[in-house]
Design a protein around this ligand. Structure first.
Ligand code: HMG
Length: 388
């Protein structure tokens, strides 16, 4: 039985800052951000969006009535969750009006969690072929104003329905994963911003890629020439390229060109959104599928990395007429409708956070065009509104 991604949708907040203008404000050459880091725009989450609303808004793009009935497992994957106890999946389950006889949980391992989520979903479908699983990769990346990590922030979510006989991509066997306890990036429970050893994190990302790729080749018997493209977790778009370049000489010139060309296409959306942690690899997949013209049956390599660290390499095969099941137009509209804000406004939005002591607050949701918004906090309970 084939199991894989049946539908895939994306959501990012309606405001962004231009990276050249951010570079100027920080006294940095704009080319450092646009070429050295490889980012053009950075999505910013207003106070009315959190990891729950981003995930719910992403899922709204793809679910229909049949999905609402058949989804019996919601896997909310995030490292910017809103509660130490209750899963973000429970909120999303309610906001989407899903079948009550469903499980809802939250998974965490930095940016890697959504990969664990889809592999867990695959196991669930193998045992329950009639059901569907909603996997959500949702995050707001925050390093702080004027920090080296600032240019690699972002906000957004990817929602995927995993099912039997998927319409978009079948998940293949031979996954190779790796765990090693390192401190390259982490966010202690008391901090709303990440701590990072930037250079070390870059080195570890590449090391993990090299290690899983070597074992993957042995296990699967596949090589670079067997991949039409490789998608990477993209904390910033230059990162995956650095990893890809370390293995390119294993392939002919023709294959190298193909992989490099498809790599660029796989970064279009990420370049204009920034790091969305758990969703980044899947945003890159979406960018590739919606902007390249890959043939049905193409095999895509996928490298997932979550600091701390866990890495995984796996592959998927595009299904017959997969393009008919993508929602490129609605993603284009989302990008077209976004509003650029000045660096000053971005800083204001960045500092505008919920009261740390949990006191009540009512938020103005009239300026946020998202269907699902956070409207306030009452008695330490977040209040969500579905405008439909
Ligand atoms: P930095 O020190 O500001 O930048 O930190 P840099 O000095 O290393 O420069 C960056 C690049 O710009 C370099 O290119 C420069 O040469 C180039 P490279 O040599 O690396 O190819 N550059 C220029 N290029 C063109 N014109 C110019 C120019 N000037 C310089 N004028 C860093 C950069 C990424 C380290 C920082 O932003 C950071 O710490 N970011 C956060 C950590 C991160 O993203 N790590 C990535 C791997 S870990 C990961 O992916 C996991 C993560 O997503 C978290 C999770 O799992 O949850 C982060």
């Amino acid at each position: 039985m084939k199991i894989g991604i049946d539908k895939i949708g994306f959501y990012s907040p309606h405001v962004y800052v231009d990276m050249e203008k951010l570079a100027e404000a920080r006294g940095v050459e704009p080319a450092k951000f646009t070429i050295g880091i490889g980012q053009s725009q950075m999505a910013i989450a207003p106070i009315t969006q959190d990891s729950v609303t981003l995930a719910a808004n992403a899922a709204l793009q793809i679910i229909d009535e049949e999905d609402r009935e058949k989804i019996d497992f919601v896997i909310f994957c995030s490292e910017s969750g809103i509660d130490h106890s209750k899963s973000g999946g429970v909120y999303v389950h309610q906001l989407l009006g899903l079948n009550p006889h469903a499980r809802a949980v939250e998974l965490k391992q930095a940016c890697y969690a959504a990969t664990a989520g889809i592999q867990m979903a695959k196991g669930h479908i193998a045992l329950n072929p009639e059901s569907k699983v909603l996997v959500l990769g949702t995050d707001i990346a925050r390093y702080g104003l004027n920090t080296p990590g600032e240019s690699t922030q972002g906000a957004g979510a990817v929602a995927m329905i995993i099912s039997a006989n998927p319409h978009v991509m079948e998940l293949e066997q031979h996954n190779v994963y790796l765990t090693n306890d390192i401190m390259d990036f982490w966010r202690p429970i008391y901090s709303d911003k990440a701590f990072v050893d930037g250079k070390f994190s870059n080195e570890q990302y590449i090391l993990f890629f090299n290690k899983v790729w070597e074992v993957y080749k042995e296990k699967s018997g596949l090589e670079l020439k067997d991949m039409e493209a490789i998608c990477y977790h993209l904390p910033y778009t230059k990162m995956g390229l650095k990893a890809l370049r370390t293995v390119l000489d294993e392939a002919s010139e023709e294959v190298q060109e193909r992989l490099l060309k498809n790599y660029q296409t796989s970064t279009i959306y990420n370049r204009n959104v920034g790091n969305i942690y758990t969703g980044s690899l899947y945003l890159s997949l979406l960018s590739l599928l919606e902007n390249a013209d890959l043939e049905d049956g193409s095999r895509i390599g996928m490298f997932s990395y979550g600091s701390g660290a866990v890495g995984e390499f796996f592959t998927g095969v595009l299904q017959l007429n997969y393009r008919d099941y993508l929602i490129k137009e609605s993603h284009q509209q989302l990008f077209n409708k976004r509003e650029e804000v000045t660096v000053e406004k971005y800083e204001e939005i960045f500092e505008d956070v919920l009261p740390a002591d949990g006191s009540d607050i009512e938020l103005d949701i009239s300026k946020d065009p998202a269907t699902i918004c956070l409207s306030g906090v009452v008695d330490n309970k977040r209040q969500y509104v579905n405008k439909n």
